[in-house]
Ligand binder design. Structure first.
Ligand code: N01
Length: 518
């Protein structure tokens, strides 16, 4: 077994050539680390921008999709809208004054990501349609070999997994699903040639996606049945509200004002962790608003009872919609809360024995949210695989480092998903944190960086303790929970996040320095 504290052989660390082919030494220091970033979504684009901006030139981004954008590229279902205001849901380094709506559509957000990748010169570093299938650490050389689906191998000093959270669709295990005669489509793999107009449509799932797709498909369908075995609380909001042109003009002509608005929204969102963590008047006010949204939106007491969740508002990722209650109370859609027993060639059968004939089935059944970089196989020091390391669920140190996996980091890794802190902000903070490590590598101060098990345990103990009093822990079941029952979210406030990712704490790492660094 190799000892992470031991000095490595400098000869074996140099690796074999440059990934990007540039081999150029940037402004970052004496030697240019070879960096492979996996994923070109929010986390990958942020990482690529922050690191290249810091002078790290030998960087390639691998993206298995045919475009950048991550979830915003893969999710193209009708009605897709971001329920976070656009002026907040954007990169701090790329403010966009011109959002057409207060809450932008999925396609507009996707165009924004593409535009950012082009404007910041990232496209020539991104290899689209390129899937990394394996990453293996070479104990002797201290390098990573990243294997692509076509067999090509890249040698890297650092691997950064920016592979997302809501990436791999969850296909439900419903008996007979494969026997259905018509189209079955998961919302995260929408078939753009599918025309549901005039068809009888089944939508399964009541999360943010199910609620959006029901409202979008019902008006043109010949009938829509919403299979909602677990109703969710829905906050009403006017999701189609345009961003006034005068606002865009003002933000465009006064970048200082725009920065102020962004910081203001970021500041305002700082109350969200408090709402989920403590039973404050603010939490109670939001919960009262959710109940009011249901009461006002659904007048029929029987239907309202069927739509009333058993858990308390905010326990799951909060659903926001301006149209769902209007749709489900109209003649265009039917609500079915009985669980599904099976699917036959021409319909859905519920537990009460009723047959619901449909032509199309839409699965809004969510994601395998704790896969992270998998199904890519990742093998770290001493042959340790990520599946072994995460047998009891994903665990990392401060969302970004994993014991046993030297020089491998995650951006938006375990514990990063949260409805209460901007993902863009978290990505930027993490990327700057990684830049600090890379500078040390560039200066030859360190070759191998591996977080200690003790520091990781301590962080996870703190996370568990902080989860105790959160609303997430009040008895609902959601994608927030990992297979082992831990809540895979960030329980602290933004100030804590900023502090934890301000500068690396060498005491929490095994650091190996070559005797004669190249
Ligand atoms: O997925 P979900 P989602 N039979 O996991 C049901 C983000 N997002 O795609 O609760 C019947 O929330 C399941 O039922 P149950 C956001 O973070 C953001 O909707 O297990 N039903 C549940 O109702 C969100 O939280 C935006 O009983 C089955 C649903 O499927 C996250 O994505 C927009 C079933 C899954 O809900 C995921 O949301 C959209 C079965 N066999 C999404 N299996 C923004 O606007 C599963 N279900 C930013």
């Amino acid at each position: 077994m190799s000892d992470p504290e031991s000095m490595s052989d400098p000869e074996s660390i140099s690796g074999t050539g440059s990934i990007s082919g540039t081999g150029v030494t940037g402004d970052a220091g004496g030697r240019d680390p070879r960096i492979v970033v996996i994923g070109a979504g929010i986390a990958g684009l942020t990482t690529a921008h922050v690191l290249t901006d810091a002078g790290f030139e030998d960087l390639v981004v691998l993206e298995r999709g045919s475009d950048v954008g991550g979830v915003w590229h893969h999710n193209r279902y009708p009605g897709l809208t971001c329920d976070v205001p656009s002026q907040l849901y954007q990169f701090g380094f790329a403010p966009n004054p011109d959002w057409s709506k207060i809450w932008a559509s999925g396609s507009e957000i996707q165009r924004y990501h593409r535009d950012v990748a082009e404007r910041f010169g990232l496209m020539n570093r991104i290899r689209l349609n390129t899937e990394a299938t394996a990453a293996d650490f070479d104990d002797d050389a201290g390098t990573w070999t990243v294997t692509l689906a076509d067999g090509e191998e890249l040698i890297a000093d650092f691997v950064i997994c920016a592979t997302g959270v809501l990436t791999n669709p969850q296909i439900p295990d419903i008996p007979g699903l494969d026997d259905f005669d018509g189209p079955v489509v998961h919302t995260a793999r929408w078939d753009e040639s599918l025309d549901t107009a005039g068809k009888r449509v089944a939508v399964i799932g009541t999360g943010s996606t199910g609620v959006q797709v029901v409202s979008a498909l019902a008006p043109t369908a010949a009938g829509l049945v919403h299979f909602a075995r677990t109703p969710q609380w829905i906050l009403w909001a006017p999701m189609r509200l345009p961003q006034p042109r005068i606002v865009a003009a003002a933000l465009r002509s006064m970048p200082g004002l725009h920065a102020l608005v962004y910081r203001g929204l970021l500041g305002a969102s700082a109350i969200l962790p408090d709402i989920v963590r403590n039973d404050t008047w603010r939490r109670r006010a939001v919960q009262a608003y959710a109940r009011l949204s249901l009461r006002v939106g659904v007048r029929d007491p029987e239907l309202r009872a069927a739509l009333t969740p058993r858990d308390q508002p905010l326990c799951k990722r909060q659903v926001v919609s301006g149209s769902y209650y209007r749709t489900i109370t109209s003649s265009a859609a039917d609500l079915v809360t009985d669980p599904i027993r099976e699917i036959t060639a021409d319909g859905v059968v519920t537990a009460d024995g009723r047959v619901h004939p449909v032509d199309v089935i839409v699965l809004a059944t969510g994601f395998r949210a704790h896969d992270y970089m998998r199904p890519m196989s990742v093998t770290g020091r001493d042959g340790l695989t990520i599946d072994e390391a995460w047998r009891d669920g994903p665990r990392a140190y401060r969302m970004t480092a994993i014991p046993g996996f030297p020089n491998l980091f995650t951006v938006l890794g375990p514990n990063s998903p949260t409805g209460s802190i901007s993902l863009q902000h978290t990505s930027e903070r993490t990327a700057h944190y990684l830049a600090s490590w890379l500078r040390r590598f560039a200066r030859g101060e360190v070759d191998r960086i591996e977080v200690t098990a003790e520091a990781t345990d301590e962080f996870n103990d703190d996370v568990r303790a902080a989860m105790g009093p959160t609303v997430w822990n009040t008895g609902c079941n959601s994608w927030y929970f990992s297979e082992s029952g831990t809540i895979d979210l960030w329980p602290f406030d933004r100030a804590t996040l900023d502090r934890m990712l301000a500068e690396p704490d060498p005491q929490h790492f095994h650091l190996t320095v070559a005797a004669d660094p190249r």
